[in-house]
Design a protein around this ligand. Sequence first.
Ligand code: C2E
Ligand code: CA
Ligand code: CA
Length: 749
Amino acid sequence: MTNVRRSVLEKVLDVVRELGATDGLEATLELIARSSISVLGFGAAAINVSDGAGQLWVEAVAGPPQIYTLLGASSTEQLWLDLLESAEKWANLRFLSHDVDKSAFRGVPMWASGEPVPTADSERWHPDDTLLAPMWEPSGRLLGVLSVDQPVSGLMPDLEQRTILELFAAQAAIAITDSRAWQVSERKRIQAEGHWKLTFERSPIGAAIVATDGTIVQANDTLVTLLGYPAEALNGMRVLDITHPADVDANLELFLELLNGERDSYEMEKRFIHAAGHSIWGLLRVGAIRDADGGIVSIISQIADITDRKTAEQELARRTSHDTLTSLPNRSLIEDKLNAQLSAGLATGVLFLDLDRFKTVNDSLGHDAGDELLVVVADKLLAAVGSRFEVGRIGGDEFVVLAPGIGDPLVLTKLGIDLMADFEKPLRIRGHEHTVSLSVGVTVTRATHRHADEVLREADQAMLRAKRQGRARIEMFDPAQDRPATVQDLRLEQALRVSLAQGIGLVPYFQQIVDLADNTVAGYEALVRWNHPDLGLLEPAAFLPMAEKTGLIVPLGWWMLSRSCAALKDAEFSDQGRRWVAVNVSGSQLGRGLLVGAVQQVLSESGLPAEQLHLEITETALIEASAASIREVRAVAELGVQVALDDFGTGYSSLTLLRDLPVSVVKIDRSFISPIGVDRSATAIVRRVIALCQELGVVTVAEGVETQSQLTALRALGCTQAQGYLIGPPEPFDLSPSAQSLHRRRSSA
Ligand code: C2E
Ligand code: CA
Ligand code: CA
């Protein structure tokens, strides 16, 4: 199974194209039966055709092997007419519910999958339900019936599936009349109407038939509502006239390629101009139907409203570049700006400001007061230098001022002293006055700096020296005094190499992930821990940055993959069921041509089925991934391994990414989960992300769930799974019965 999603329209276009190239009634009906399964997602399909003498015969089937026994069976037209009469009318379709007593229609060849399962849920498909698409001649005679069964989703077919089913039945009708040459004129009539009309007029998605000169020939009701123009006005308008100017060129280029025959379809996200003047975001899909000579017969456009998603994306983008508390640029945006200065070769002064004794305020007055203080400080800094320089908040109580073009240490020192003086007057927080002071470190970019990170580290070092020398001071970076702890770094790296080579000291911890529907453990995330010979048990934050920098993350990652799979497999435990383990994969492990082989080897060595392995890849790693890396990820997904998008919301946050990557799980980052119920816009984002994932059939996992109220809110939002300290911390993995009952006793105590 591939996770690559294509639009239904594209699949239907493919079928229509294939039908044009298929000769003979038998082959045509077979293709239609097969497509009813593959395009519409039904489990079984059969086509009965009238012989014109009062009998209907099963001419084509598709589905499981048993259904082929129906081929060649027949029954009388009258039985069929009675059957259709007793079914519920769904426009041109007939829905034969399991409630209908079918004993009167014995002899009509129908297929049921097995024991009916009683269900009270009207949204769900009952195994004994059948959907029928009758094909009538104008004279009222029955040409045939296309019947489908067992939707894979288990749900009632939606409007789109139903209209396409009608289209397929209409195609079958054409093929039947054609081959019998009963009614040539009837066939012409159906064709002239355009088979598309049927499908798109009632489509829940905005759709239009477009002429080769780009005018709208016919728009459906959904599109009329979406764009706000009256139908009469919309028909005859040029698509480009209702396109946002910024999107005209890109759209025109694709349209011309379609006309030239360079492509048969295209897809783009663009803005349309609503009748009321504002713009709305649409996902446009356009396909051409060609005749045998390649000439264009018609052009179909589908427009889905994605304004909500785009708004969410913009909000996410703002959140990933700005600090939510103070609205100042965050560390990643500050680094981007500084990197831009570095590559422009412009000397830039950097001031690193840290509040003195902030922790005391926080601890004595509470977090809320601490937050308020940070906002006041941010406002003050902005007021002092905001118009000239860039101010950002890069950590708890750490702020940065960037002064592009200012490389003179004296000017920068003066700036820092002025800022410190600004804070001499007490600040009012919650009716109380507080005096805060700043410690400031200063540095200037040099040609030898390769990354913003190095510059910020220097300014940080200088600030730390200011603190050591008594706080409320300003210090200039001095390479001789502020050397970073490189010797320690080297020692740590050496120790990790030894641990990796000897396979000792590293331990996978497992953290439970539960299904919110029934509170059962669905699987575990494997998180590395390192038992350092001198420093004791280290968390990833203490050594993974070093491992990333030195490349040791790659062997470490493979080791974790193999150990975690083996550990899960070893844990033969009765109620373990089919729990999976999710292993983190670093971006450095991708694009080396190693991923697929490593996964295959681990699966075969451990004997773990592919479905029980998940790989977690961060959003940032996937965005930065090369085409080769994406191919690798796609290939492991095709092995049956699930790919999870980790830390969702912290990277570029493109919801579009979800549609294009073989991702079946999204892990919503803790920074969005903690403010749930408190910060309304964070809650709104989580709601939209979950809704989009549901639409795409992607599982959502909430990370870092710490409180019962978060859990309740997430359940209400429809989140699939959750992970966090509330459910359980990462622990050494031991599923032996005694350890299990111990855990249970502990958690129920
Ligand atoms: P992550 O993938 O986002 O993993 C989740 C982190 O959140 C874990 O931190 C986990 O202990 C922590 N966590 C879980 N529940 C809660 C909660 O309720 N509240 C809070 N505050 N935190 C919670 P940990 O184990 O320290 O791992 C940190 C990061 O190190 C991971 O973040 C992951 O990016 C990385 N990492 C860990 N093991 C591996 C590995 O084997 N390979 C790679 N490439 N990265 C790893
Ligand atoms: Ca993870
Ligand atoms: Ca994560």
